[in-house]
Each structure stands twice: as C-alpha cells, then as structure tokens.
Design a protein around this ligand. Structure first.
Ligand code: HSE
Length: 463
C-alpha cells in the first residue's frame, strides 16, 4: 500500500509552549570552563535545536572573580562558593570543571543530594570516588555524565555505552593522555628535549595542574579505570592499574624503536584474558612500541585515540583531540544536551545513565607477571658478540621466544646521557609471559660483560 507522506503530517494542533531552558551552574571557569561557556554562546541556536530547548549558564563559581567577568560578562551570577552553585535553587545541572578530587567530591555529592544532575570532566574524581558518586546519583534519581573526563573531544563513553553495547569487549587500548603524546611526538619528530616539550604542553593548556599526573601515567590510569569499568563491567579500581609513565624513557630507545619500525606511545590497555595461562583482566598503563605503520602510531601531538575490539563489531578506532579548551568543551556540552533531552524522565529510560555497568561475574585484575605480550629489550654490553650470546641464552632458558636481535653501537657523542661507543644488544621477542621475561632479565643482569641496567618495554601489535 502506498503511504502518502502527507497523510502522516500531524493535524493542526494548538501551539505548545517552548520548554524552559536547562539551567546550568558551573564550578570552575578555567581552560575547559571558559571553552564550555564560549561554545555554548557561539553555537547557542544549533545546540538548542538539537537539545530541544536552550541551555543557559545561570551561575558560575570562580576563584578569581575579576578574571571570570572577562569570560562570562556581567549577565551571569558569580560566586566563589562552589557549594552555593552545587545546591543553587535555580540550577538543574552542575558542571564541575574545577578538577582535583578532594573538595570536588564534596561539591558533586552535595549537588546530587540536592537533586541536581552533574556533568564533569574530572577523571581523578571519578576514578577515586566514582563508586560512591554513582551510587549517590542512583539514589537521587539523577545523572552523572562524564564524556569529557576521557579522551577530550572523542565520544568514547558514548561509543562504549551505546554504539558498542551489543559487544563483549575483548580489549581496548588507548593513547589517552594528550600531554605525554605531545611530549613523545615532539621528542621524536622535532628532536626536543623532555623538559622543553613538557613546557610547551603546559603553555598550550594540555597538562594537569600537577604535570606529574601526566608524565607519570596517573592521568591515563584515571581514564583507563573509567574505560575498563564501562567496557568490561568491572568496578572502578584505580589502585589495581599497573602504571608506568614516560619519565624513565631514554632517547636511545626512541631511536632503536624507530630503527626497528616502531613508535613509542604511552598506552592504556584493558585486555580480557581467557586462555590456558590466565583468566581475568590485564589493566596497565605504560610506554609501548607500536608498529610505525599502525594507525595508532600516527596519532601525534595532543591527539588521543582509543581502539576497541568487540566480539561482534571487530576493531573500531576513535581519534580526536585529547585535551584543549573547546575540544573538551565539546564533550561537556554533549553531556549537557543529553541531560536537556531527559525532560524530566527517568535517566535510565533515556540511556544517559553514566554509571559503569556491573557485569556478573566481573573479571579479576591480573598481576603484571601474568601479562602476555611482545617485548623490546635493550641490554648495554661490553662486547657485542658475547652480549648477544648471553642474552639469547637467558631468553631461551626462560622460554622467551626471540623474534629480532640487533646490535646498536653508539657513534661519537652517544645518545642522551649514554656514553659514546657504548654497545647494546637490542631484542624484540615474540609473545611471551612477563614473568618469564623478568626471569630472563634477572639472569642477564648477573652476567659478566653487562654494563648497566637492561631496559624492558612492551610491544603491542593491536591487531
Ligand atoms: N592533562 C590531560 C591530558 C588533559 O594531557 O590528556 C585532558 O584530560
């Protein structure tokens, strides 16, 4: 039967009044807060059309009120009391973009208890106190949305919660810290030193207030904690993430990696294991070698990328700016639009429940020794031939299969703080158990002719 589209047009109905705008209170008007305010103002009409109603900032909490006026003008109420915003009677949703995890916990809990929805970019807060915060949100029938907390502009929370919801996630791996990716890219491509590259990242507003969180891998661990909970249905368990940052990386390893056809990235990995050796979840943040031809290896500067392997979808890859003012604001506002669309309904019916899903039974986090992957090893030696023999023997004795072996000989000047003329044995292994690699390295450390500590980095093929 032919269906006349005209017949589907609604018959003339009385005009319904426009729904009232969603009223926002903001705690923090720094890099992300200012970006949120600007984008909300600039794209007001588009955002209102998509949300079904306007989104209006009615009150802002700032430490520096004079500077806040420069950002928001005089039409918005200003305060320096975060709790006043959290419980303000004219506010429907509190945007927390102040950062930090101690006081922010109190503000967010106060907002939830007062029946306000919360949108936050605060990964540290949720990784540390998320269990309590999501429980409070459930109890009070409101939403805690946190797209901006992970990977900046990339809608990875939405992808995991909605787009990939049919899948059993086998693994996910991400470049989820913009600062370290910026530093590694500048070191590899522009020959910058670590300190200079970090200073540039700070000047661009990518780094955390305490950049230790970035360079020591803690920020990436916060984000991985949130991703793993969503992807694998495990509790938020920051303390179980194995964390290594980039401060111990040496320039020579970036050179050797490149010579072998790899790039070094700080990676967060949450991989389900269900094999003869282990059942559980690998949960780790560390520098890793990626094949230079892999798309993830080409994600440079402050860009982030997350690759997800689902049993039905296969591999999907999400890439975008991982930090920055309007880039992160884009995710904050996406959450605000989701909240605006709730229109008084129950959060779970509208798919905006941002709580990690508790699957039963959740896989336990595996010890690092149970990790199975490929490895890059570099051993400084006195004599190349003798060194090669010692390293290959130790690997064979410990059941670590070898893939590639090369000798690296520093030219005059050396690389970084290594002395000129130093020789190294550089090895790529096939897939091996980390415990076996540790045993092999312990043997090598005791061998005559080994000149200094061996370096061990993990290699991820992401295939
Ligand atoms: N310091 C963080 C980063 C900001 O560099 O990725 C965004 O979370």
């Amino acid at each position: 039967m032919y269906l006349d589209p005209q017949s589907l047009a609604p018959s003339s109905s009385p005009a319904t009044p426009a729904p009232r705008p969603l009223r926002v209170g903001m705690i923090g008007i720094g890099t992300v807060g200012a970006g949120t305010f600007r984008v909300l103002a600039r794209n007001q009409a588009e955002i209102a059309a998509r949300a079904g109603r306007g989104i209006e900032v009615v009150v802002v909490c700032a430490r520096n009120l004079a500077r806040a006026v420069d950002v928001v003008g005089t039409g918005v109420a200003l305060t320096n009391d975060p709790l006043l915003v959290a419980t303000h009677p004219d506010v429907d949703v509190v945007v927390e973009v102040a950062g930090g995890s101690g006081p922010a916990r109190d503000w967010v809990l106060a907002a939830l208890r007062a029946g306000r929805h919360v949108v936050t970019a605060n990964k540290a807060l949720l990784a540390e106190h998320g269990t309590e915060i999501f429980a409070a949100a459930r109890q009070h029938g409101v939403v805690v949305a946190y797209e901006a907390a992970v990977a900046g502009s990339i809608p990875i929370i939405k992808a995991l919660r909605e787009g990939l919801t049919a899948n059993r996630i086998e693994w996910l791996a991400g470049i989820i810290n913009g600062t370290t990716n910026f530093i590694l890219s500048r070191m590899a491509d522009a020959g910058l030193g670590f300190a200079e590259a970090l200073a540039q990242a700070q000047a661009l507003g990518y780094a955390e207030a305490d950049p230790t969180f970035d360079i020591e891998g803690i920020d990436a661990a916060h984000k991985l904690t949130l991703l793993a909970a969503l992807a694998h249905g495990v509790p938020l368990q920051l303390h179980k993430v194995h964390v290594e940052g980039i401060t111990q990386l040496q320039a020579i390893d970036m050179v050797c990696a490149e010579r072998l056809g790899y790039r070094i990235k700080l990676l967060g990995v949450a991989r389900r294991r269900d094999d003869a050796l282990a059942q559980g979840l690998e949960l780790r943040v560390h520098p890793a070698l990626l094949p230079a031809t892999h798309l993830m290896a080409q994600v440079n500067g402050s860009m982030n990328a997350v690759m997800v392997q689902g049993d039905a979808a296969g591999s999907t890859l999400y890439c975008g700016a991982g930090a920055g003012s309007e880039q992160t604001a884009s995710a904050v506002i996406a959450d605000l639009v989701d909240v605006a669309r709730l229109a008084g309904g129950a959060p779970t019916q509208h798919g905006v429940h941002a709580q990690p899903i508790a699957a039963a039974p959740a896989p336990a986090v595996l010890p690092m020794a149970a990790t199975r992957t490929r490895y890059y090893l570099r051993v400084p030696v006195a004599d190349a031939a003798q060194g090669c023999a010692q390293v290959t023997q130790a690997l064979a004795d410990c059941g670590v299969p070898l893939q590639t072996l090369l000798q690296h000989h520093e030219g005059p000047g050396g690389v970084g703080d290594l002395r000129a003329g130093q020789r190294h044995v550089v090895v790529l292994t096939q897939v091996a158990l980390e415990a076996d690699v540790d045993r092999a390295l312990a043997r090598v450390a005791g061998a005559a002719g080994v000149h200094g500590a061996a370096v061990r980095l993990r290699v991820e093929l992401l295939a």
